[in-house]
Design a protein around this ligand. Structure first.
Ligand SMILES: Cc1ncc(COP(=O)(O)O)c(C=O)c1O
Length: 394
């Protein structure tokens, strides 16, 4: 399927009706135990337990698991994928596959909060030196790379403030010193950005977001660029006992079928809302990678094929009472920490205490929105009324 367009592959990958009793969708294999009819078969399976798509034991993957993993690897143009129980597990499994005690890890200052917490609390305890870098560092990352640097971790755009990183420049610096690169690509999904095509070794997706797309399952997918990196990730995943439950795999596969359609509509909706926000006097800045007001916008234009439904904007800071007046009475936007589902969400965020290599000097109030699939005029009406309440409250 690799020669077909993205949307076609998202529809056809991982399905084989002839092998599925004629049904359009692959069956969900519930099961821990795989049984063998002869000693020879059992011994062959045992000997192949660490191979790709080997059917040995439920935790190591079933035919359902392999369908999803291979479908995702193809969408990313990678060698192979592993699936795990959440996006955060995808991050931690990836990092643990590469770092040893005494190593140094370079990680973008704007990574997702729990990724930062894992590095600060667990890796530090294991004798791994974690150094955060300015996400806008580009080729200037070179002097930060040491003999013992095991990985450069990127997240682009960054969480909360959406800085777009110069991925090719960072990859070039890493490659010149033989350092592995990984990137959290949850925001873009492989529809809008394929890290491996830009030289990144490992692409991480919280499939909880746009792949599942309906806010009803947690899932992490990690795609490796080559065989060596794939097996390194698979061995680590298996050692950690990570796996993905069959019904969730089904929801991931089902979400993948409509990813192209949904993500493009989220994109249109978010661009319309961002445009409206940028004209409101209460809004001082819109942090959406497709707008010139977002750091790294030119890099987004150069490297990405589109933008998703998640972005932030900044309004003048007022009292907590005013913020509550804005948020507590919204009709359509719910307050919630996730994103990527069909529904619109809004959360207040702060950036000053979530970074250590850079400073956040903007004193305004950040609001992060996920723009869902509701009618855009209704969403604008909801936010407009929220701004009126904000400005009317002391
Ligand atoms: C950028 C990013 N990466 C990873 C994750 C973790 O995903 P999960 O909630 O599936 O563990 C999140 C969750 O919000 C995220 O925003």
């Amino acid at each position: 399927m690799s020669k077909k367009h993205f949307d076609t592959r998202a529809i056809h990958n991982g399905r084989s009706p002839i092998l599925q009793g004629g049904m359009v969708n692959p069956p969900v294999y519930h099961g821990s135990t795989v049984v063998y009819s002869s000693l020879d078969d059992l011994e062959t399976a045992k000997a192949s337990h660490d191979q790709k798509d080997a059917l040995v034991y439920g935790r190591l993957g079933t035919a359902s698991t392999f369908s999803l993993e291979n479908a995702m690897a193809d969408l990313e143009n990678g060698f192979g994928a592993i699936s795990v129980s959440s996006g955060l597990a995808a991050v931690t499994t990836t990092i643990l596959a590469y770092v040893n005690s005494g190593d140094h890890l370079l990680i973008a200052d704007t990574v997702y909060g729990p990724t930062r917490a894992f590095c600060q609390h667990y890796l530090s305890r294991m004798g791994i030196e974690v150094e955060f870098y300015d996400p806008m560092i580009a080729a200037n990352i070179s002097p930060f790379i040491r003999e013992n640097t095991a990985m450069i971790f990127m997240e682009s755009p960054g969480s909360i403030t959406f800085e777009v990183q110069d991925v090719p420049a960072i990859v070039a610096a890493a490659k010149s010193k033989n350092v592995t690169t990984a990137l959290d690509n949850s925001w873009a999904t492989p529809l809008f950005f394929r890290p491996i095509e830009h030289g990144v070794n490992i692409s991480i997706t919280s499939a909880t977001k746009y792949i599942v797309g309906h806010a009803d399952a947690l899932m992490g997918l990690v795609v490796a660029d080559d065989e060596e990196n794939y097996y390194r990730l698979k061995v680590c995943r298996d050692h950690l006992g990570q796996s993905l439950a069959p019904d969730d795999i089904y929801l991931g596969m089902r979400g993948m079928r409509t990813l192209g359609l949904r993500a493009k509509h989220h994109e249109t909706q978010a661009l319309a809302l961002a445009d409206w926000l940028s004209k409101q006097s209460v809004v001082s800045q819109v942090l959406h990678p497709a707008l010139a007001s977002c750091p790294g916008h030119d890099l987004w234009k150069r490297d990405f094929d589109g933008s998703s439904g998640l972005f932030s904007f900044i309004i003048e800071k007022r009292s907590k009472k005013a913020l509550a007046a804005l948020l507590d009475h919204m009709e359509l936007f719910s307050m919630g920490f996730s994103w990527g589902g069909f529904e619109s969400l809004i959360v207040p965020q702060e950036a000053e205490n979530s970074r250590t290599a850079t400073e956040w000097n903007n004193s305004g109030q950040i609001l992060r929105v996920h723009v869902g699939l509701e009618n855009i005029d209704d969403l604008i009406t909801d936010l407009s009324a929220a701004f009126d309440r904000y400005l009317a409250t002391e």
